[in-house]
Design a protein around this ligand. Structure first.
Ligand code: SAM
Ligand code: SF4
Ligand code: SF4
Length: 357
């Protein structure tokens, strides 16, 4: 059962945006991958046997510079983008990321509002960087954490990173003033479904919003199969049995998480049911890769190269028009089609570490 945004919310959202895709969906969110590198080797994203020492990451000269990213972000804002999420790879590994945050935090929507700027991180270097990120203008943050038990966590990150470093980073983020701090946990049957309740216990009655994500068939390098999905409905049922919860309204059109709250006032949590209850109908997201290609869907195989446009002297207006034309043509709805046909549809999909979550 997915919460529906109110009709008024939908109407407002559709009216304030200037462009829509072929299925009538507005362009609202931009996800920017700032690096394809990562210091973790999560089994469901960058398995070691593929991403070993011989793997060729994007060379530095092929990455967009912070100035190029900011210029493109400005074009997207012209087209109606109000929210930007920085991701990767591990975004905090990109050197001087604070400088990019300063640039993006200074952007304004056509009606003069700051953007809703956020970042998703594995938390490994967040404790050291929380204050400088906040001072640069980042006010919201999401940390990925799939277990509370250290042995499980070390198996999931597969590089022996200890849980204490991440828990300390989350506390640090709260203390520095990030609000909200969210924690994302991907649940995979046979790996960490026993961590659902320990995660809930740990984050209930704290300012942190915990969100559970269904294991997805991203990229072409992971060993995904349907049997390993723990459906969002099952996660909700498991939690509700021990900690009664009730549904909350969606905050805005295109919100990925179905929101719930503890009946005893223990706070809010979310579930993201990309597989069992896809939300393509309200998908307002576009993704920009580290080397400047845009992708209309997390499961696309083809992107559109904006870096060449930027580096060949095109004006902002020409770049903006190219993005608009690309979005107007968009008709992707991979997860709905996967559900309707019961099959994975694309032969070669972009990788999660390349495009971000
Ligand atoms: N490295 C950062 C991190 O882990 O938060 C940002 C990039 S990571 C690709 C973004 C999100 O994608 C993380 O929350 C991660 O758990 C999620 N993710 C990666 N592979 C996934 C999969 N196969 N299914 C569901 N979520 C996945
Ligand atoms: Fe790295 Fe994030 Fe992928 Fe894990 S999910 S390997 S932390 S990019
Ligand atoms: Fe959006 Fe593609 Fe995910 Fe559907 S499958 S919600 S279109 S990113």
């Amino acid at each position: 059962m997915r919460n529906q945004a109110s009709d008024r919310l939908r109407m407002d959202d559709r009216e304030t945006c200037s462009i829509h895709d072929a299925l009538g969906r507005p362009l609202k969110d931009l996800r920017i991958s700032v690096t394809d590198r990562c210091n973790f080797r999560c089994l469901y994203c960058m398995p070691k046997q593929v991403f070993g020492k011989d793997f060729r990451f994007i060379p530095h000269q092929d990455m967009l510079s912070f100035e190029e990213i900011t210029r493109l972000a400005g074009c997207f804002v012209e087209l109606g983008i109000t929210k930007i999420r920085l991701t990767g790879g591990e975004p905090l590994l990109r050197r001087h990321i604070e400088r990019l945050i300063t640039y993006l935090a200074a952007l304004r929507t056509p009606d003069g509002k700051p953007l809703d700027l956020t970042l998703t991180t594995n938390g490994s270097v967040l404790a050291q960087k929380a204050q400088s990120l906040f001072d640069a203008g980042l006010k919201r943050i999401t940390v990925s954490l799939d277990a509370i038990d250290n042995d499980s966590f070390m198996k999931m990150n597969d590089v022996g990173f200890h849980i204490d470093g991440i828990l300390h980073a989350i506390e640090q983020a709260v203390q520095v003033g990030f609000s909200p701090v969210k924690v994302n946990a991907v649940i995979r049957k046979g790996f960490n479904e026993d961590q659902i309740l320990p995660l809930v216990r740990h984050f209930r009655h704290t300012p942190v919003i915990l969100r559970f994500i269904e294991y997805m068939d991203v990229g072409s390098n992971i060993d995904w199969n349907r049997e390993q999905i723990v459906p969002a409905s099952k996660i909700v049922e498991t939690i509700n049995r021990y900690f009664p919860i009730e549904p909350l309204e969606a905050n805005y059109l295109g919100e990925t998480a179905e929101r719930w709250r503890f009946k005893d006032g223990g706070g809010e949590l979310g579930v993201i049911s990309s597989i069992t209850q896809p939300f393509c109908t309200d998908c307002t997201r576009i993704r920009l890769s580290t080397e400047g290609r845009i992708y209309p869907c997390l499961f696309s195989s083809e992107g559109f190269d904006l870096r060449t446009l930027l580096r060949s002297g095109q004006s902002d207006q020409q770049v903006t028009e190219a993005i608009a034309a690309y979005w107007r043509n968009r008709s992707n709805r991979y997860s709905e089609l996967r559900k309707e046909t019961g099959q994975q549809l694309t032969e070669k999909k972009i990788e999660m570490h390349y495009i971000g979550g």
